[in-house]
Design a protein around this ligand. Structure first.
Ligand code: FES
Length: 152
């Protein structure tokens, strides 16, 4: 049976009712209407569903909504400040870091999380650090350039 939970998403608290088996991804998309986080595989293999939980990147298809109560969740919808894009979003635009765009929200959320992790600065480090985010179009060279410049 559905259980009442509260999720803290993009600075707002939301009260919702979900089955205990519902993933964070499905709760975001279906209960809260935040469809920026994409469902590519629903198996933790593609990264399209990446969000930040307490500033760390998480595949939202791999965690249950009920487990994320009380945590600070950020989705792609919460990244810009009003009309002002986040520097990582700007960088993806500047470098054409996408083709079809389906993986882009996950790429950008992962890149923001990555940029706070103690990785090295080389392109090889970026490729390794971003390896959980798959791009079927193969826009990787542009994605690496975008991540490099968006790290600030
Ligand atoms: Fe979550 Fe693919 S949809 S990793």
């Amino acid at each position: 049976a559905p259980v009442p939970i509260k999720l803290q998403v993009n600075g707002q608290e939301h009260a919702l009712e979900v089955e205990p088996r519902v993933t964070l991804l499905d709760a975001l998309r279906e209960n809260l209407g935040l469809t920026g986080s994409k469902k590519g595989c629903d198996l933790g293999q593609c990264g399209a569903c990446t969000v930040l939980v307490e500033g760390r990147r998480v595949n939202s298809c791999l965690t249950l909504a009920v487990m994320q109560q009380g945590k600070r969740i950020t989705t792609i919808e919460g990244l810009s400040q009003g009309e002002t894009l986040h520097p990582m979003q700007q960088s993806f635009l500047a470098h054409d870091g996408f083709q079809c765009g389906y993986c882009t929200p996950g790429q950008i959320m992962s890149a923001v999380g990555f940029s706070r992790e103690p990785w090295g600065q080389t392109d090889a480090d970026i490729r390794e650090g971003m390896c959980g985010n798959i791009c079927r179009c193969g826009a990787y060279p542009h994605i690496v350039a975008a991540v490099r410049d968006g790290r600030g």
